[in-house]
Design a binder for this molecule. Structure first.
Ligand code: PLP
Length: 347
């Protein structure tokens, strides 16, 4: 009882000093645990964190499946009418409640106006990305002109590698995780072959130390320091898809570039999940998808980032910038509408 009261008092003083400001999640959690005197898995800690979650109202913006609707549920063990605890936003984010309304509006516009939907309505499709790039840039800490919303992640990775991976006899390696997402591994493998090199020689794989699950930053930096002169591109995750490890992107970028490498990140599990500052960190390029923590739905468009410092030196194989310019070129002289559907042939 005395212990309980003590915890209650600590709870109040914690609330007053606000343990959530000015520290990383791990430090916050450690502070809360120390003050409550509880184990990290105790219900009390979870209740405390929930109570002080300033973003909790956003949960109401999403459709959370009911347990009974989910295929593997054993209804003799759980209450099927309750919402499930959804821990797979790393695979497919939940559906925002507003998605249906927006989609229905666009389907209706398509049905009623056909090709004119490209330039009509509150969200003309032809320059739809113009409204999104700034929002997306905020998510990854970029300037809007550094971001293109297009394709899927793997296609974007290929396009970025076509621009950034220019191997020479001396500098031909790509540094990536030993357990990179399989499609990243294959993309790197095929880019190396495309340039006439051998993945056995040119793919440099980073593995955790024996008995460890995550990569130590110091080990990554050591490999860059030792092998950097032969590395053309460092291509790592922002957040590792399997272990959830958040890489120190700023430090890795600095180390790679100091050795003359380009540094890029697959931010599939980082975008919308971790705070990113791709521009400030000087990252050369990045790609990500929008169907995980950005909740766009299966098949949602991917995105790519190229730092503005490459504006005059790297020619992206294809980019939304080029696409937008093309669209601007074909915008009708009379904004009232299209004179013929033929103007949009090739969209
Ligand atoms: C880390 C990572 N990279 C790449 C991909 C592949 O993305 P996509 O199939 O959209 O090209 C995924 C998909 O889950 C992923 O998690």
């Amino acid at each position: 009882m005395r212990q309980r009261r003590k915890e209650g008092q600590q709870l109040t003083s914690l609330t007053v000093m606000n343990p959530f400001t000015g520290s990383c999640p791990r430090e916050t959690l450690e502070r809360v645990l120390a003050s409550l005197g509880c184990s990290p898995t105790s219900a009390e800690v979870a209740a405390y964190l929930d109570k002080h979650d300033t973003l909790q109202h956003l949960r109401g913006e999403f459709l959370v499946p009911k347990i009974a609707e989910l295929p593997p549920s054993d209804l003799s063990l759980v209450d099927g009418t309750k919402e499930c605890i959804y821990m797979v936003g790393n695979s497919l984010g939940l559906q925002p409640k507003r998605t249906k309304k927006y989609l229905e509006e666009e389907l209706e516009k398509w049905a009623k106006t056909g090709v004119h939907g490209h330039i009509e309505g509150s969200r003309p499709w032809a320059w739809a990305e113009n409204n999104l790039e700034e929002l997306m840039a905020n998510v990854v800490g970029a300037k809007p002109e550094e971001v293109a919303i297009m394709n899927g992640l793997t296609v974007n990775l290929h396009l970025l590698m076509l621009s950034f991976y220019k191997p020479t006899a001396a500098r031909h390696k790509i540094l990536l995780e030993d357990k990179a997402f399989p499609s990243d591994h294959y993309a790197v493998d095929s880019q190396i072959r495309l340039r006439g090199f051998d993945p056995e020689q040119s793919m440099l794989l980073l593995a955790p130390r024996p008995g460890e699950d995550t990569l130590r930053t110091e080990d990554i930096l050591e490999v860059i320091e030792k092998e950097g002169d032969s590395i053309a591109v460092v291509m790592l995750s922002g957040v590792q898809y399997y272990t959830g490890q958040l890489f120190n992107m700023a430090v890795i970028t600095e180390a790679g570039q100091r050795k003359g490498c380009y540094v890029g990140f697959d931010c599939a599990h980082a975008a919308g999940n971790a705070e990113l500052k791709l521009h400030d960190w000087g990252v050369d390029f990045a790609c990500w998808c929008s169907y995980k923590y950005l909740n766009s739905g299966a098949g949602g468009l991917g995105a790519a980032f190229v730092h503005e410092k490459h504006k005059h030196t790297i020619k992206p194989a294809v980019g939304a910038a080029a696409r937008s310019e093309w669209f601007q070129a074909v915008q009708p002289a009379h904004p009232a509408g299209l004179s013929t559907a033929g103007q949009f042939r090739g969209v």
